[in-house]
Design a protein around this ligand. Structure first.
Ligand SMILES: Cc1cc2nc3c(=O)[nH]c(=O)nc-3n(C[C@H](O)[C@H](O)[C@H](O)COP(=O)(O)OP(=O)(O)OC[C@H]3O[C@@H](n4cnc5c(N)ncnc54)[C@H](O)[C@@H]3O)c2cc1C
Length: 399
């Protein structure tokens, strides 16, 4: 039996897509989730900050996850089902509690989110004591296990997710010894350092890089390089925040094209991957964004799937989108002819003041002043003329 749509991953993007497909009258949508519960990453984040963009309510993560699942009721959801491989044309290989099987579908939506880089992948030297965690593992211990893994950790990183670590620490009665950042300012928006210092009582050390972790059984300190000098900060734990990468384990050895810049599948403006039976949305497209953005992408991808099932998506190859120097990534990576609207999303690699320009051949489609930090999502709305571009689009930063 061929399914109509299968969604891989039951986080905000996948569950929002499931709801939209059900609302459009599809009664044969299947959601596969590798965890024992649906809801995705918010299930582990007990602090508030969820639901504002999509439900216009302010919830904590577990409440948001439950609301997403409830809003998609009627859709078949199978937990403990892990997709391990995929084959051309919409076939999935799935590890289920009762064995391995294949599922064929007319369309597949991949919404597998992100994973955090391990310490090994970050190439941090020093000993290997207990007490070194990623933000995700820390949150799971605190909110799900009711544990207090340390009392005075150091937080490595200052992007938005680091503040999630501070909120979790406060919930558990933990006061971090410091937050450290190799750059000259924090990565998150400016009041962030003020909030860390005055609301959480945590010193924020910029221009400070982690050199090594010390301790035998437990962490006893971290050695940092600050203004050219090494110093030790006494602590009993380390929380690595940030450094996320799209969860593409099941795609790595398949025919689906991966963009080395985003680390996720390359898509076109209709959210289709290099195999038009597979669509993708949410954080799997690029490292972490706000859940409301992931949910919105799930909604748009579901609408594109509905058009595809009706034969209303263009099959013309379209033109590519190239990210120039200074840009960490740009997606979608391909423009479907006639797609509307033509909207690109980008991030810069480091603080950037200048202009951003989108061109194709001799045509300039956009030329705007920018003053951006790596943490800011940049949305580029291109004019209708860009839909008829016959050469690849280039997105360049002009300093
Ligand atoms: C520490 C932290 C704090 C955050 N705080 C906030 C916040 O306060 N507010 C906010 O709006 N956003 C926050 N975010 C961002 C938010 O978590 C994401 O934007 C959102 O969860 C992305 O949704 P998603 O559906 O793309 O992926 P996810 O929520 O990651 O869901 C992906 C799902 O796919 C499943 N999956 C993966 N691989 C497979 C497979 N092979 N087979 C089957 N299932 C699979 C996973 O188990 C998971 O359930 C935070 C992120 C982090 C890391």
């Amino acid at each position: 039996m061929t399914r109509t749509v299968t969604i891989v991953g039951a986080g905000p993007a996948g569950l929002t897509a499931a709801r939209i497909l059900r609302d459009a009258g599809l009664d044969d949508v299947l959601v596969l989730e590798r965890n024992p519960e649906c809801g995705g990453l918010p299930r582990f984040c007990g602090h508030p900050g969820w639901g504002v963009l999509d439900f216009h309510r302010l919830w904590d993560g577990p409440t948001y996850a439950r609301r997403l699942v409830a809003a998609a009721h009627g859709v078949e959801m199978r937990t403990n089902h892990s997709v391990i491989d995929l084959q051309p044309g919409g076939t999935l290989v799935v590890n289920a509690p009762d064995g391995t099987r294949t599922i064929e579908s007319r369309a597949v939506l991949i919404t597998t989110g992100i994973r955090e880089m391990s310490r090994a992948a970050r190439l941090v030297s020093g000993s290997r004591p207990w007490g070194v965690l990623t933000t995700g593992a820390f949150q799971e211990m605190v909110y799900r296990g009711d544990m207090k893994p340390f009392r005075r950790p150091v937080v490595i990183g200052t992007e938005l997710v680091s503040f999630s670590a501070l909120l979790t620490a406060r919930h558990a009665g933990i006061v971090p010894a410091a937050m450290i950042e190799p750059g000259s300012r924090i990565t998150a928006r400016r009041p962030g350092d003020w909030i860390a210092r005055f609301l959480f009582g945590v010193p924020v050390l910029t221009s400070t890089a982690l050199v090594r972790i010390e301790g035998q059984d437990r962490v006893t300190g971290v050695v940092v390089s600050r203004n050219g000098r090494e110093e030790t900060i006494a602590c009993d734990g380390v929380i690595f925040s940030g450094m996320f990468t799209p969860e593409t384990g099941m795609l790595r050895t398949t025919h689906i094209a991966i963009d080395p810049r985003t680390g996720g599948p390359s898509i076109d403006t209709d959210w289709r991957s290099s195999d038009p039976a597979f669509f993708a949305a949410g954080n799997v497209l690029r490292p972490v964004e706000h859940s409301g953005k992931a949910a919105e992408e799930g909604r748009l991808a579901a609408q594109a799937i509905l058009r595809a099932l009706d034969g209303r998506l263009s099959t013309a190859p379209g033109v590519g989108v190239q990210a120039g120097e200074g840009l960490r990534y740009v997606y979608p990576q391909r423009l479907t002819p006639g797609a509307e609207p033509v909207r690109l999303f980008a991030r810069v690699s480091q603080r950037c003041r200048g202009r951003i320009r989108v061109t194709s051949g001799g045509s300039v489609f956009l030329d705007e002043k920018i003053d951006l930090l790596p943490e800011r999502r940049l949305t580029l709305d291109l004019p209708a003329a860009s839909r008829r571009a016959s050469e690849d689009l280039r997105v360049d930063i002009i300093r």
